[in-house]
Design a protein around this ligand. Structure first.
Ligand code: NI
Length: 492
C-alpha cells in the first residue's frame, strides 16, 4: 500500500470517531491498512454495547441473516426455480403476495433482469432454460426475494444475489425495497434516510473492523436498509475487499430516528399499524409469471363427469397442480354438483358449448345459443360465468370466432387420449411434444386419461414445469374475445 498509507490512516482515523472498537482502530493507525487485512478479527459479541456509543456493530458475515428472519405475509406463497443460463446454474427463490400486484411485478422484473443479464450476450432468458436443470455446474448464482417485515400498508422485501465458483463465494449483494400494498409503489431502502445522513452511516460502517483496511466509504452501497417496528435500523452492505463478506450495522431507535426521512417515518408508522386485509385470489388466478418459470396448462374437455372428474381433482390436489376444465353445458346441467366441486376447489372453467357440435356447421344464431345455454348452466352450477371457450374439435372460422364473444382457447399439444385410450401412448406423446407455454388438450371423461395423470404431472413437475390454469398461462397477455390462442407467446 505504501504511498497510499496516509489516506488510509486518514480514513481510519475518521472512522474511529464513530466506532466502538477503539483498540483496533488504534492498531490500524499504527500499522496501516495492509496488516489489518490479514489480521484475525477480535471475537466481539455483536450485541455488545459500549456506553459512549449508541450503535452496535456486527462482525463481518455472509449476507446478514440478522436482517432476514423471513416473515409470514397473509396471501404470500413461495416460488422456486433452477435454470441453466449461459455459463451459470441459477437457483432462485422468491415470494409473491396475493392482492399485491405491485410487489409481484417488481419481483418479476428484478428476476428477469438478473436472468437476462446472465444469458449469453445478445440473448435473453427463456423458461426452457429451467427444464431439467439439475446437473451441477462450475458457476452458480443464488438469488432470493422474501418479505422480512410486513404490517399496515408496507411489505419489506429483501433481495439477495450470491455468485460462487469452484473456489467458493465470488460475491454477495443485497438490497431491500419497500412496497406499498395499496398503491403498489416500490421504493428503495436508501429512501428511508435523509440523503445528507448517508455519509455518516457509511462512516459507521467503515468503522467495522474488517473495513479499516478498506477505506472505500464512498463505495459502500447504502441500499440494504431494514427498518424494524421497534425503530431499529439495520444497514447491510458488501464491502469491496472485505474477506469476511458483508457488514451489518444496527442503529438503535434513537440514532435511526435522527436520520430517517419523512418517508422513513411514514414506513415506521405503518410497521406499527394494524394489518390491512387484502382480497384473496382464487388459486387458478394466482400470479405466476410464465416468462420466468416454464409453464404448462393442462386442460380437460367434455366433462364434468360425476365419476372421473372427482378422481382427477384428487390427483391435481395431490400434485398441487392447476388446470382448466372446458365443460359442456349438457354435462354441467347433468352433474351440477361436480361442476361446483371443480369451481369450489379453485380450478378455472371454460365454455365447451352445450351439445358439442361442429360450430362451423351451425347457423350463427345457433352458435350463440350454444354458448349462452352453456354459460347459463355453468353460472347456475358454479356461480360464475366462464371467461373463455373452446370450440369442439377445434372447429372455428371467422364467423364462429365473431359469434362466441369470448377468447377461443385451442391447444398446442393434442394428447389424442380419447383415441389411444392408453396412458402408455398418450403420456409419452404429450411429454415429447410439450414446450414451455403450451396448452395441452385432454379429456377428463375418459377413465384411461385419469389413469395417466399421476405419471404425466409428476414427470412434468420433475422436469421443472409449473402446471398452471389458462388464466395464469396468459397473465400479462390480454385474451381478446374472438381471438384464438394455443400457447403463451414468447417474451419479446
Ligand atoms: Ni370436446
Amino acid at each position: 500500500m505504501g504511498l497510499g498509507m496516509g489516506r488510509t490512516r486518514g480514513s481510519a482515523a475518521a472512522a474511529c470517531l464513530h466506532v466502538l472498537l477503539a483498540a483496533i482502530c488504534a492498531a490500524a493507525l499504527v500499522s496501516g491498512g495492509d496488516s489489518m487485512a490479514g489480521a484475525p478479527y477480535t471475537a466481539l459479541n455483536s450485541h455488545e454495547r459500549v456506553s459512549s456509543q449508541p450503535e452496535t456493530v456486527a462482525l463481518p458475515q455472509p449476507l446478514s441473516d440478522a436482517l432476514d428472519g423471513p416473515v409470514e405475509v397473509p396471501g404470500g406463497y413461495g416460488m422456486a426455480l433452477t435454470a441453466h443460463v449461459g455459463e451459470r446454474r441459477v437457483h432462485a427463490s422468491w415470494t409473491y403476495v396475493d392482492g399485491v400486484p405491485g410487489l409481484n411485478t417488481h419481483v418479476d422484473s428484478w428476476l428477469l433482469g438478473l436472468l437476462d443479464a446472465a444469458a449469453p450476450v445478445g440473448g435473453r432468458y427463456r423458461p426452457a432454460m429451467a427444464l431439467n436443470a439439475q446437473q451441477p455446474e462450475g458457476q452458480e448464482m443464488t438469488v432470493s426475494a422474501a418479505p422480512v417485515q410486513a404490517a399496515g400498508t408496507v411489505i419489506v422485501v429483501r433481495q439477495k444475489v450470491k455468485t460462487s465458483g469452484t473456489g467458493g463465494t465470488v460475491s454477495e449483494r443485497s438490497e431491500t425495497v419497500y412496497v406499498n400494498t395499496v398503491s403498489g409503489a416500490v421504493r428503495g431502502g436508501a429512501e428511508l434516510v435523509r440523503p445528507e445522513a448517508v455519509p455518516g452511516i457509511q462512516s459507521r460502517m467503515v468503522g467495522v473492523p474488517a473495513q479499516i483496511a478498506t477505506p472505500v466509504r464512498q463505495d459502500i452501497p447504502v441500499g440494504d436498509l431494514v427498518l424494524k417496528p421497534s425503530g431499529e435500523l439495520a444497514v447491510s452492505a458488501e464491502v469491496p475487499g472485505n474477506p469476511g463478506g458483508n457488514v451489518t450495522l444496527t442503529m438503535n431507535a434513537a440514532d435511526a430516528g435522527a436520520v430517517l426521512s419523512d418517508y422513513g417515518r411514514q414506513v415506521l408508522e405503518q410497521l406499527n399499524a394494524a394489518a390491512i386485509p387484502r382480497p384473496a385470489t382464487a388459486p387458478a388466478a394466482r400470479h405466476v409469471n410464465c416468462d420466468v418459470v416454464p409453464c404448462a396448462a393442462l386442460t380437460y374437455d367434455d366433462g364434468p363427469d360425476a365419476r372421473t372428474t372427482p378422481q382427477l381433482l384428487a390427483i391435481l390436489a395431490e400434485r398441487k397442480a392447476q388446470a382448466t376444465f372446458f365443460m359442456t353445458g349438457s354435462n354441467t346441467a347433468a352433474n351440477p354438483a361436480t361442476a361446483k366441486q371443480v369451481a369450489d376447489a379453485g380450478y378455472a372453467i371454460g365454455n365447451h358449448t352445450f351439445s358439442h357440435p361442429y360450430l362451423t356447421k351451425l347457423p350463427i344464431p345457433a352458435v350463440k345459443k350454444e354458448i349462452e345455454r352453456t354459460d347459463a348452466a355453468i353460472l347456475a352450477a358454479t356461480g360464475s360465468t366462464p371467461a373463455t371457450m373452446r370450440p369442439p374439435y377445434g372447429a372455428a372460422d371467422a364467423a364462429v370466432q365473431g359469434a362466441v364473444g369470448k377468447p377461443l382457447i385451442l391447444w398446442a399439444v393434442d394428447s389424442l387420449d380419447w383415441q389411444s385410450k392408453n396412458p402408455a401412448v398418450f403420456v409419452p406423446k404429450v411429454l415429447k411434444e410439450i414446450t414451455p407455454g403450451a396448452v395441452v388438450l385432454m379429456h377428463d371423461v375418459q377413465p384411461t386419461t385419469i389413469a395417466g395423470q399421476q405419471e404425466l404431472m409428476s414427470t412434468l413437475q420433475a422436469q421443472g414445469y409449473q402446471l398452471v390454469s389458462v388464466p395464469q398461462l396468459f397473465e400479462g397477455t390480454p385474451l381478446v374475445p374472438g381471438h384464438v390462442y394455443r400457447s403463451r407467446p414468447a417474451r419479446q
